[in-house]
Design a protein around this ligand. Structure first.
Ligand code: SF4
Length: 383
């Protein structure tokens, strides 16, 4: 099988899964404006933005030779559950006969999950498949841990670009891991590399931390979110986002009766503001906002793709949450026509507000003088 998959953040782990199962991997390309334009051209006009970007990615992958697409499905009243089927229909209408294998949480339908596993296992004994999956999962977990650290440390790098260069090298090193021993060695080396990057000295009380919540695809794929994490880091802000592949896997394989993942736990914190989950990660995101406040974060940025119903629900609750928690929250709507300059200005203004609040200044609204209304006709208009 010539396998491809959606491009979503760091894809080293997915690549490793299929390589260890002996498949030829057609690496999807990081989405560019060309990918987005291609996706927009062949997608329904009012479907959510991630669908269009992934559509473009699939078209490029199929044109590069992929004949099987492996993706994850979603559940609840959200379009993610239909992505695979609609993407496949569109590709078929374009003349591409591509097979889709869509994985969903094994707790929803273990039979379907196991059937899908059999389709990709490539005649390898199931024990070996599980061993390979575990190895890939270990790589993903270690890489996510390192990436989380980078999103904090990069705020203080002395020379712009140092951490990006180190991160590229670390990704290359993990790509060459085939055993647990390799992973441990690379992790140790990676940590040393992070420690060697020179940092600016910043007083603890001057540090600002912003949490990033929102729809999973636009959080994880920087090409759809104007590289928000890097933008904030370049302004000297520490960033923590709530979506990583390792966390998504934990969320879907770790049963609730043994504690569940952190994303399961934060859902309870949202109950003060919403009563039920309406699809996607809306309730979880509200829970994360409460969690960020409890952990002393200074603000939250909420990323919402155009056409996303669950995140529209989150957005509508933001004014109440922000006021009740005394937490600045900026909601950014992302689509294929988003001008970066407009959003960059909003982010800069938001960061100024957060800094001012941190330094004890009030969050002042500019006073606007109300016009005086009068029945008197101005002289210049009077006939
Ligand atoms: S969460 Fe929103 S953007 Fe993501 S698939 Fe569902 S509707 Fe679309």
């Amino acid at each position: 099988m010539k396998v491809s998959f959606p491009y979503m953040g760091c894809v080293t782990g997915y690549k490793k899964v299929f390589e260890t199962l002996g498949h030829e991997v057609v690496m999807p390309q990081k989405p560019t404006q060309k990918t987005i334009d291609l996706g927009v051209k062949y997608s329904p006009e009012f479907i959510c933005f991630p669908f269009k970007v992934i559509m473009g990615t699939y078209i490029e992958a199929v044109q590069a030779g992929a004949n099987v697409i492996v993706a994850s499905g979603g559940n609840g009243p959200c379009r993610a559950g239909l992505y695979g089927e609609i993407h496949q229909k569109i590709l078929k209408s374009m003349g591409h006969d591509v097979k889709f294998i869509v994985f969903d949480s094994m707790f929803r339908d273990f039979g379907l999950f196991y059937d899908n596993l059999k389709k990709i296992k490539n005649k390898i004994p199931i024990i070996k498949v599980l061993k390979n999956l575990w190895l890939s999962y270990q790589i993903i977990c270690r890489m996510d841990e390192i990436e989380k650290e980078i999103k904090v440390l990069r705020a203080y790098e002395q020379k712009r670009g140092d951490f990006n260069r180190v991160w590229l090298e670390i990704q290359r090193m993990y790509d060459g891991c085939w055993t647990q021993k390799d992973i441990d060695k690379v992790t140790e080396q990676a940590r040393k590399m992070l420690q060697e990057v020179p940092l600016k000295k910043v007083e603890e009380e001057e540090k600002i931390r912003i949490g990033i919540v929102g729809e999973i695809y636009v959080i994880m794929e920087s090409s759809t979110n104007m590289d928000i994490e890097q933008t904030l880091n370049s302004m000297g802000i520490e960033v923590e986002s709530v979506q990583y592949i390792s966390d998504w896997v934990k969320h879907n394989i770790q049963p609730n009766f043994i504690g569940g993942s952190k994303s399961h736990q934060v859902i309870h914190k949202a109950k003060r503001f919403v009563k039920m989950n309406l699809g996607g990660h809306d309730m979880e995101n509200i829970g994360w906002m409460v969690d960020f406040k409890e952990r002393g974060f200074d603000a939250v940025v909420h990323l919402m793709p155009f056409g996303c119903l669950p995140e529209l629900i989150t957005q509508s609750a933001i004014p109440t949450i922000s006021q009740e928690l005394d937490l600045p929250i900026l909601s950014l709507s992302l689509d294929e026509q988003n001008g970066t300059a407009n959003n960059r200005t909003r982010i800069e203004a938001f960061v100024d507000l957060v800094r001012n609040k941190k330094r004890g200044g009030s969050v002042q609204k500019k006073e606007v003088k109300e016009p005086e209304y009068t029945d008197k006709v101005p002289e210049e208009l009077a006939g």
